[in-house]
Write a protein that binds this ligand. Structure first.
Ligand code: GLV
Ligand code: MN
Ligand code: MN
Ligand code: MN
Length: 423
């Protein structure tokens, strides 16, 4: 069978066709029987298959490719001089029932950039094209595990303490896909090896389309604090138990959900986003008062202090309302990543690159988390957004970015990488 690279080298493939071919190739790697959209969770066989597609493509282009012990795959194109590399890339995993662009757009941008640059031109710096593993926190609560291991923010010993909903530890998930969790610290990047890193990503919001802007240059990436909350009340008969004698765990959870919404819309917390995206009720019977309720809370903010203050306020609220309702509460902080302010020097190179390519741009914050946030602990970083259609819907099958917008983003990315190379 011809590989995508062979086909694209043999024919007069345009960037547009290559982007579409790659989008289709990755979109086919999805769990079957899991409803609409793409489901390719962190540290699963399907995520590894996506990394194999990336490896094969880059190997065919003649790049040196390796996968580290965090599951990140890196392809290197030698530079004119040895020395620190300039990197670009994103992630290949998805949330359940995702769209086909989150993460993928940035990996495809890296693949197309490698395809355009491998033959044509040499940079002074080596170029490294990166497909990160496990960016999504959907499976284990913690986001950006591949890039966190690269940045030394997560260590091998932590992998035993993160679990998915089925109780599988991240360490066991590593073993199931042939990675050695004990060796995960070997994935750590040294600051000496990296001159800079730029990620292209879909916006996952509607600012660019609402303002008819072609490119976003990110100045701040939101942080995220994630809580796992458990309310333990008393399961009992829904008919036999009078209202004043209940300890309803789900009613406590309902109060916490609306308290989060109120807190996030309070003017003191403006800019904070609080979401409860999962809830589990036991015993889960129409005729039994809920005795146990578990929920996950995601608190996002571009302001470090406000993020933690809001989290503490919500934890306090959970404890108080539990006491008032006579239920027990237990709150665990499962993840706590700070926002990142991206260096002005790279923002300027990216705005200049957008100007050079002739597109409209705006400097804007990212509401979502990204691998670049973690890599900011290793070297200077920047991010480019391309427009999301359908009102910016993301983490859902309706996610859509036009191929022409990805292609324009790739042009800006390459211009930006060139500017970093000569800086
Ligand atoms: C990851 O994509 C996140 O921002 O939730
Ligand atoms: Mn993403
Ligand atoms: Mn995502
Ligand atoms: Mn993200």
């Amino acid at each position: 069978m011809t590989t995508i690279t062979e086909a694209s080298l043999a024919s007069q493939t345009t960037t547009e066709t290559l982007v579409d071919e790659l989008l289709n190739r990755f979109a086919r790697l999805t769990e079957t029987g899991h409803g609409p959209g793409v489901t390719r969770l962190a540290y699963t066989r399907l995520e590894r298959e996506a990394h194999e597609v990336f490896t094969e493509f880059m190997t065919d282009l003649g790049l040196t490719v390796w996968t580290d012990q965090a599951g990140n795959t890196i392809a290197e194109l030698a530079g004119r001089r040895p020395g620190p590399a300039i990197g670009t890339g994103s992630h290949l995993d998805s949330v359940p029932n995702a769209g086909a662009y989150d993460g993928i757009a940035g990996v495809i941008a890296a693949m197309v950039a490698a395809w355009q640059l491998a033959e044509q031109e040499t940079f002074d710096h080596p170029l490294r094209f990166v497909a990160f593993a496990a960016e999504e926190g959907a499976r284990f609560g913690q986001a950006c595990t591949g890039s966190r291991l690269a940045a030394g923010l997560t260590e091998s010993a932590d992998l035993d303490h993160l679990h998915d909903a089925a109780g599988t530890s991240m360490a066991d998930a590593f073993r199931e896909v042939g990675l050695d969790p004990e060796a995960a610290d070997e994935a750590r990047w040294s600051a000496d090896d990296w001159a800079g890193f730029v990620e292209l990503h879909i916006e996952q919001g509607s600012v660019l389309t609402d303002t008819n802007t072609q490119i976003g240059v990110v100045d701040t990436i939101s942080g995220s604090t994630r809580l796992h909350v458990e309310f333990r009340g008393r399961a009992s008969h829904t008919g036999g138990t009078p209202m004043h004698l209940r300890a309803d765990a789900l009613a406590a959870a309902a109060e916490l959900i609306t308290a989060g919404e109120t807190l996030a819309t309070d003017p003191r917390h403006r800019g904070t986003r609080i979401t409860v995206g999962t809830i589990e009720v036991e015993p889960g019977s129409m005729t039994t008062i809920p005795g146990l309720c578990r929920l996950d809370v995601d608190i996002r903010d571009t302001d470090d202090r406000r993020q933690r203050e809001t989290a503490l306020e919500l934890i306090g609220r959970a404890e108080r309302l539990a006491a008032e309702r006579g239920v027990d509460s237990d709150v665990q902080v499962v993840a706590d990543a700070s926002p990142a302010i991206l260096p002005l020097s790279i923002q300027r190179q990216l705005t200049s690159a957008a100007h050079e390519v002739g597109c409209s741009y705006r400097v804007m914050p990212s509401g979502a988390s990204h691998d670049t946030q973690m890599i900011s602990h290793v070297c200077p970083v920047g991010m480019l957004f391309v427009p999301s259609q359908n009102h910016g819907i993301s983490h859902a099958p309706e996610e859509l970015t036009h191929t022409t917008d990805i292609v324009r983003g790739i042009d800006v990315l390459i211009a930006g990488l060139r500017r970093l190379d000569s800086a």
